[in-house]
Design a protein around this ligand. Sequence first.
Ligand SMILES: Nc1nc2c(c(=O)[nH]1)N[C@H]1C(S)=C(S)[C@@H](COP(=O)(O)OP(=O)(O)OC[C@H]3O[C@@H](n4cnc5c(=O)[nH]c(N)nc54)[C@H](O)[C@@H]3O)O[C@H]1N2
Ligand SMILES: Nc1nc2c(c(=O)[nH]1)N[C@H]1C(S)=C(S)[C@@H](COP(=O)(O)OP(=O)(O)OC[C@H]3O[C@@H](n4cnc5c(=O)[nH]c(N)nc54)[C@H](O)[C@@H]3O)O[C@H]1N2
Ligand SMILES: [Mo]
Length: 782
Amino acid sequence: MGTVLTTMHWGTYEVRAENGRLVGVEPWRGDPDPSPIGRSLLGTVQGELRVARPAIRRGWLEGDRSGPASRRGDEPFVEVSWETALDIVAAELDRVRSTYGNSAIYAGSYGWASAGRFHHAQGQVHRFLNTIGGYTGSVLSYSYGAAEIILPHVLGSTDALTGNHTTWDGIERHAKLIVAFGGLPWRNTQVQGGGSARHEASAALRSAVANGARLINVSPVRDDAPRGADTEWLPLRPNSDTAVMLALCHVLISKRLHDEAFLARYCTGFEAVRAYILGESDGQPKDPAWAAKLSGVDAATIDALARDMAARRTILMVSWSLQRADHGEQPYWAAITLATLLGQIGLPGGGIGFGYSSTNGAGRPEMGFRWPSVPQGRNAVAHFIPVARMADMLLNPGGSFDFNGTKLTYPHIRLVYWAGGNPFHHHQDLNRLVEAWQRPETIIVNEQFWTATARHADIVLPVTTPLERNDLAFSNRENLIVAMKQAIEPFHEARDDFAIFAELAARLGTSDAFTEGRGADEWIRHLYDQAVENAEAAGVAMPPFDRFWQDGHAELARSVTSQTFLAAFRDDPERHPLATPSGRIELFSATIESFGYDDCPGHAVWREPREWLGNDRLAERFPLHLLSPQPADKLHSQYDHGSVSRASKVAGRAPLLINRQDAAVRGIADGMVVFVFNERGSCLAGAVLTDSLIPGVVQLPTGAWFDPARPGEPEGLEKHGNPNVLTPDRGTSRLAQSPTCNSTLVEVSRFAGPVPPVTAFDPPATISSSDMSGEARHQDLS
Ligand SMILES: Nc1nc2c(c(=O)[nH]1)N[C@H]1C(S)=C(S)[C@@H](COP(=O)(O)OP(=O)(O)OC[C@H]3O[C@@H](n4cnc5c(=O)[nH]c(N)nc54)[C@H](O)[C@@H]3O)O[C@H]1N2
Ligand SMILES: Nc1nc2c(c(=O)[nH]1)N[C@H]1C(S)=C(S)[C@@H](COP(=O)(O)OP(=O)(O)OC[C@H]3O[C@@H](n4cnc5c(=O)[nH]c(N)nc54)[C@H](O)[C@@H]3O)O[C@H]1N2
Ligand SMILES: [Mo]
């Protein structure tokens, strides 16, 4: 099949196959700063960890359906034919929906799956289930769930979170002070959901600095910085950003450096916030001395920074990581409060934006039209959960909880269907998830690889990778569109998610509704034709499908090249009001106040996290704050078994960064296998000694495939360095109920005793159906 261009979330690559084997992966030549992650495709896409055939957990076939005795996760699988697997899955879906109703099916199916417009796993599973009566779904993301709730209350939308940021050109030319809370790590800009083509974020920041901008990384980690740009480091204690932001506000107000005219015209609620910041409402001024005790940033530094902010064109950049913490709504609300006091919102190079280095897309212009995607249909089930409450739901059927001004009830889930995500990667407190995961009667997973989620399923259906199917790359804020042509044959019996759901729909009588009479290639052409229409309406020309497919890609002219967040609102707030109740920036929200939540009152506040270094009682036992950022060498758990990820492992495990001082008092040397633990769990990791973290903070990136101890190994130990055995499974607050992984305390020590081997990359045992006995034969395995 020769060489084709394909797009992954982390880049576009030229992929070469010879005699059916994948032999080369080179970055697309138009990418100025390509990601090395693509190399991990070699050796894995056609490797032993692929799911080769449909497989069913032996115990499930023998009738073990749920309860604490269930042995999901440590049993062999029986390989069956597609016919058998599809018949069983269709019958299970039918049994559960007719016995309990469709709300008993949980298919939030959160996860990143692969890039590609048509073969989007979530889109496919949701569309299919909607044809058979619906499913309990999820709202919000693990990425920025707290922001998705707080921003609409305060700014009227989620603009400047996932798109519609002030674009880099304005920042390069006009910004004179860039203050980045959570830093601007290059590593995360490798990635853009839906696919990347040109990586430009570090270059933009270099050019801003070359034009005279002062760039400050406010983070416990010095290396949270772009590549090659002069960056100052302002270290602070994790989770103390809100205190520092409020103190910056205190300086502005008390020195009369705040922009009164801007406040009067564009915001509401300043008086309430002012009284709180000055301490009039609670007796505690939020001054720099107060913040210094909480954050470790000295008062003089805060004072000087506030003055500099008022004196220069200043943009605040707040990373998504800050709100994945206890009370994660607050740093966002406090940052908006600070930006409003500075009065530069709506000016080029000034104001605020979220996640500028959380992905490659932020700061790049929109395309000016919508890319079409597979239509989802209508979900007839009204039940949903905020996505991170998944284990709570499985453990508390019928239980109720607060969420953004409403009370929700957890449905009783009997069947879980996952396609395109890895909850044993993304969820917090994995030991609790293991327990919750035993509750449903049946768990079905479509997967490419034997991930922990596949291993913990009852029925695993093997799925193709993008290299084994045709697709389209239409990526947000990229003007390169790619014909992702199939490069190799599907691995063994792997099928596309679409093909799997089409077969299930046929068995359940909804074939026409699901396929609309189109095969995969017809859908691709159909989506393309829709894109042509949308683009044309915005004045952007696209080549006709056949020419595009023949050429393999096309570069489109951009109709938008520059934009400034809230410029129109600044220009004329009466004609362009925000979609908030007041039409203005809500420094105080009567709506949120009316919910009566003590953990999220009506304006930005400092609320101490339950778990952080300031909690003396906990920190006495677990004196290190654990940060679990995104991994540099992969996307989440994807291709952890690939060469790029494996090269960064230490003693075969995820690298744990630890300050030299903290290592020395614990007798830990570089490269040593260490034991990381708290009340929730423990794991092994490989020590990396560094000065780039402040003492008291350790960093263990996410992504190591969950690898619990096997019988005979130390009980409860995770062997590979998965931080989510340590993180708490608690909502940010009653408002957003979103993840708080960055509020975790641990202790680290040398590991005594023989080190158990990593087994995450050993495929599970499979047995053939003829070896099955007794009851299992009722299933008529063929
Ligand atoms: N401690 C801690 N935990 C975190 C975070 C953190 O910062 N700290 N970050 C959180 C965030 S922001 C996120 S977004 C989540 C990410 O969590 P996930 O998105 O769940 O993680 P991925 O590893 O990307 O999982 C995607 C899975 O889809 C599979 N897949 C790929 N292509 C296809 C396909 O075409 N079809 C099917 N059926 N499957 C496919 C892959 O093999 C992979 O197993 O993790 C969250 N978890
Ligand atoms: N290479 C790579 N890139 C990715 C991903 C990936 O898996 N791999 N995942 C993508 C996804 S899904 C997402 S959502 C984004 C996430 O993007 P982010 O949320 O921005 O990324 P993180 O790496 O979790 O965090 C960035 C930095 O925040 C710092 N930090 C953590 N807690 C605090 C705090 O309390 N205060 C301050 N000031 N700093 C803190 C940490 O030191 C960390 O290095 O990344 C995307 N980019
Ligand atoms: Mo994310």
